[in-house]
Design a protein around this ligand. Sequence first.
Ligand code: ACO
Length: 159
Amino acid sequence: MNEALLQNISVRPLAAGEPVPYELLLDADPSMEAIAKYLPFSEVFIALYAGKVVACFVLYPVDADTLEIKNIAVEESCQGKGIGKLLLREATEIAIKKGMQNIIIGTANSSVGQLYLYQKEGFEISDIRYGFFLQNYPEPFFENGIQCKHMLVLSKKLS
Ligand code: ACO
């Protein structure tokens, strides 16, 4: 069932004039202000199933060697079917084709499932930005009963 779903997912860059999938972006990053800061400098990719956008990711060039996955989100009804894993692999392929040396992704200390997924996909913790979510988000927020305070940066070497 999931195999059939995954085979019918197509991933492509968002075309000029197409609506930005803000609802999905806000699932991964609750701050519209934060999204507005990186979006103009990023490329948005969408995943379609049966003509409908079911997931997306955003790639931001950190420097000449490094791309960051700033945002990755799968529509709730489609989560847990392997789409997130597929998108991480797509993002990695895109970074390799662009000649990047590293791909990185940041997530919160409280994002237990995401930390599991990213490490399983070959990303390793390379940095901790202490207090990142306390300093950059106006309201405290919690996941899995844990306050979201610090950003863990995970990176994968591409060559
Ligand atoms: N808790 C536990 N395990 C998880 C979770 C979770 N929240 N999410 C994924 N996994 C595990 C799956 O069980 C699976 O494990 P397996 O390979 O051993 O079977 C593996 O990770 C792959 O899961 P997928 O089905 O590919 O993941 P999914 O399609 O659900 O996408 C994602 C993962 C993107 C995190 C999705 O759940 C989502 O959109 N969540 C809400 C938004 C979000 O948190 N985005 C990431 C924020 S960080 C950032 O954007 C940089």
